[in-house]
Design a protein around this ligand. Structure first.
Ligand code: PLP
Length: 841
């Protein structure tokens, strides 16, 4: 058909079920299976065909069906119950925030991607799901919180395997009328539009409103008639296109994102940048202050003091960095706009790169984010450590452990990923309000009361459901690829509910080593084909469209799954999304993760599996290094570094097989009771992981470690027309200018050996070059086995500083003396980034 126009004729909701529409536009339903059932029951076929999308289902369902259900007493009773729960949730006054963070400053959270539900495909993987979960828990906790993101109207991509198992990508243009979004409206009722100048063009941006329980997400969209064809495509695809497109998207997210908040009068005092993509929001915030009369550096201090940056990338190459030329094209006008120079602005982002054998200055989004914030964190304890080491070059003279990057270990939104059956079971032993205190570790000990039979019953049901799902998906794929009738029929017998089932699903980034399992094929075959104790595997995951090595991994697994010894026992599913993720984390017995340590910043899918009672089996990297307690799952490999990747892969693969053969399989199939039983591992997984790795715990950590203190400090720095910011900025400028002229020498009277508890006199001589002596922290630094102790030296007048430094414990000490400029009111003492070590005198 040659389409000349489109129109949607809306079915009329009968009054008794009128609020189905309202509920469809609040993603509260995405973590509430009972709410989803209301739409599924309208028409199960439509529901499945359109990614379980309530808005779409309401558009497609027949009027007759609506009228019938509106008169069905069973349906009406469930409708009323869901609406009552929804109203109670939305209207709740006594939230966690009201009790623990009353008066907290409102947070604006910026992320390039969000994974809320499969029907809104604006995410690629863990980063997006994490951001989506963060919003859901912000709502659960009752935080003053608004999120900003992008509406990619072709999403990420739909993954299709061809007959040879090669990944192809399909891009579907979304019909926005079928999404749970509405145009955001200004106070005067106008549809919000903001404009951003990019490369000399005025790009118009439409703002959509998405409700996630009690909080809102603003989604930016350039696909509007007033834009050129090219600009309309700026928000077409997530992580598509070249570097030019990337930078333009970053300008949109940061700059248009701030303008959208302003256009809608949404209060925001703390700004949280989820990954470096969001860093350019600092440009627009500085511009606002400069326009209001502040100088650039004062504006920068004001902005940074109220900004938090979360980094997620533990490999240098994974951090976006662009040539200055490229940046000139898209932010070339900004130095002028901010009343500063290109050198100064780009200098805040500078990270020299070795490109084609040449060292070139580059604009790093991560460096810029670190400089535009006064608080930063990684996403697990180990990742915090890795990040401090990776970015320590920004703090010359500092040791890695001092670099001001902390960590908040990730979590996952329990209710989004826990099956209804497991929720129902948990409700029988947990207190009535358990979904509101998920982070409460003590509460979860009640899981001990669940019997082995109760747990295995629910788990078997979930596994059967997953297998049915896998069979249907594989059948669809076979039919599309023109498989033989025999092969299509064989999908009916794929997988067995009686076999130990292991899941592996995530993005196919090569560091995640999806093919590690196949390193010793014969050994794997023995494990899989053990007639008494069979093991089966299900894989899923997308490779980035430009990642051919990742696609080759997918193909390798696909080909393995077609080998006679693995057929029907190892499967790889297409199009990993949140729907597939839910089925797998709920249906498998074990969750497998074997990234190359320490490259998995956190990982989250293992948490989701544990919520459902599937113990985690993983490399001791990211969250599992903190989560594993010897009863709640199994480790792979050792906690160490390897110089040779091949050796590491071998060692980890060996460990994987060995643990599987000697511990996991015997336990699963064994008949032990008590601590040696399978049910014990299941209970331990649920009870230890659910609270500690709940998104609720994560967001509470953010509130306590960052949102509250940053809100306070940001306010102090901005008070009185940024008086404090002005003082700090002026002082930093002066100190930086004088620093090269300062001078520090020191002398320590150290015997060759001494006994513990003795002291050593240390004397330093400072030439402060005009900097106040009270603005210098002069200190002795003792390094004993990599552990630093700092002892302040006292100002004795005349630029002499000294102290008797205690040598408390036995061991080999290295002693140094250094000075750091400091005044009150800084966020941390390395903020200025100046450290001078003394030469020996
Ligand atoms: C949770 C999740 C991820 C993240 O998986 P990791 O194990 O953290 O890599 C990726 N994709 C989807 C769809 C998810 O639900």
């Amino acid at each position: 058909m040659n389409v000349i126009g489109k129109v949607t004729v809306l079915p009329q909701l009968p009054p008794s079920i009128a609020r189905l529409s309202e509920l469809a536009y609040n993603l509260y339903w995405s973590w509430t299976p009972h709410a989803q059932m209301l739409y599924q029951d309208l028409d199960p076929v439509i529901w499945e065909r359109f990614q379980r999308n309530p808005v779409r289902t309401l558009l497609e369902v027949s009027q007759a069906r609506l009228d019938a259900l509106a008169a069905d007493s069973g349906y009406l009773a469930r409708y009323k119950a869901v609406m009552a729960d929804f109203d109670a949730y939305m209207g709740k006054k006594a939230t966690w925030a009201s009790r623990n963070a009353a008066g907290m400053a409102p947070v604006a959270y910026f992320s390039m991607e969000y994974g809320f539900h499969e029907s809104l495909p604006i995410y690629s993987g863990g980063l997006g799901v994490l951001a989506g979960d963060h919003c859901k828990s912000a709502s659960d906790l009752g935080l003053p919180f608004t999120a900003v993101g992008m509406l990619f109207h072709q999403g990420y991509f739909r993954q299709l395997f061809d007959r040879d198992g090669w990944q192809n990508e399909a891009y579907d243009e979304m019909d926005l009328t079928t999404l749970p979004i509405t145009p955001a409206r200004t106070a005067s009722g106008q549809e919000a539009r903001v404009a951003v100048r990019i490369a000399g063009r005025d790009v118009s941006v439409r703002v959509w409103n998405l409700n996630i329980g009690r909080i809102r997400v603003l989604l930016l969209d350039t696909n509007v008639p007033e834009n050129s064809e090219e600009d309309r495509k700026l928000t077409a695809r997530l992580y598509g296109g070249n570097q030019d497109l990337r930078v333009q998207q970053y300008v949109l997210l940061g700059v248009a994102g701030i303008r959208a908040l302003r256009a809608l009068d949404i209060p925001a005092s703390v700004y949280h940048m989820n990954e470096g993509h969001a860093a350019l929001l600092g440009l627009e915030r500085v511009r606002e202050y400069v326009e209001a009369g502040l100088d650039f550096r004062t504006a920068l201090e004001t902005v940074a003091s109220s900004t938090l940056f979360t980094t997620h990338t533990p490999v240098a190459a994974g951090n976006d960095a662009f040539t200055y030329d490229l940046m000139d094209r898209y932010i070339g006008e900004w130095p002028g706009r901010l009343a500063t120079s290109r050198d100064e602005l780009y200098g805040l982002a500078r990270h020299d790169q070795n490109w084609d054998g040449q060292t070139v200055p580059a604009f790093s989004m991560t460096v810029f984010a670190l400089r535009m914030s006064r608080a930063a964190n990684g996403v697990s304890e180990l990742h915090g450590e890795v990040s401090r080491d990776m970015w320590k070059f920004l703090y010359p003279g500092a040791e890695a452990e001092e670099v001001p990057i902390g960590h908040v270990t990730n979590g996952a939104h329990n209710l989004t990923f826990t099956s209804q059956a497991m929720r129902d079971l948990l409700s029988t032993v947990l207190p009535k309000d358990w979904t509101e205190r998920l982070e409460d570790e003590k509460m979860w000990t009640a899981v001990e009361k669940l019997t082995d039979q109760q747990l295995s019953g629910v788990q078997l049901d979930m596994k059967c459901e997953m297998i049915t799902f896998i069979r249907a998906r594989m059948r669809e794929q076979m039919l599309r690829n023109g498989a033989s009738a025999a092969d299509v029929a064989a999908t009916d017998t794929l997988m067995s509910e009686n076999a130990l089932t292991i899941g592996f699903a995530r993005r196919f980034a090569t560091y995640k080593r999806a093919t590690l399992l196949f390193r010793d094929r014969e050994r794997l075959s023995r494990i899989v084909n053990d007639p008494e104790r069979p093991v089966q595997f299900v894989f899923a995951g997308k490779a980035h469209p430009a990642d051919n090595p990742g696609k080759a991994f997918i193909q390798e697994i696909y080909k393995m799954s077609q080998e006679p010894e693995f057929r029907g026992k190892i499967v790889i599913l297409e199009n990993y999304d949140m729907n597939v993720a839910r089925h797998l984390v709920q249906g498998v017995d074990i969750w497998l993760n074997n990234p190359r340590r320490p490259l998995e910043a956190s990982g989250t899918s293992g948490m989701k599996a544990s919520f459902n009672g599937s113990p985690n089996f993983s490399v001791l990297d990211g969250w599992w290094r903190e989560g594993y307690d010897s009863t709640n799952g199994w480790p792979i490999g050792e906690e160490r570094e390897y110089a040779d990747l091949n050796v590491q892969d071998d060692a980890d693969a060996y460990s994987l097989y060995h643990t599987l053969e000697s511990e996991i399989v015997p336990r699963y199939y064994g008949h032990a009771t008590g601590d040696a039983s399978w049910a014990h591992s299941v209970r331990r997984a649920i009870q230890t992981v659910s609270p500690r790795f709940s998104m609720q715990r994560q967001v509470i950590d953010y509130v306590q470690q960052y949102y509250l203190p940053i809100g306070e400090r940001g306010q102090q720095v901005a008070a009185d027309d940024s008086a404090r910011a002005r003082a700090i900025a002026g002082w930093k400028t002066w100190v930086r200018q004088q620093w090269p002229h300062t001078h520090l020498t020191a002398h320590a009277d150290l015997p060759a050996t001494c006994n513990p508890g003795q002291t050593a006199p240390v004397v330093a001589q400072v030439n402060p070059a005009g900097i106040g002596l009270d603005e210098l922290r002069v200190e002795a630094v003792l390094n004993r086995g990599g552990h630093l102790t700092r002892v302040p030296l006292k100002n004795q007048g005349d630029g002499t500083f000294s102290a008797d430094v205690p040598l408390k414990e036995s061991g080999l000490y290295s002693v140094g003396v250094r000075m750091i400029p400091e005044i009150g009111g800084l966020s941390n003492e390395l903020e200025v980034g100046l450290i001078k070590w003394a030469t020996a005198r």
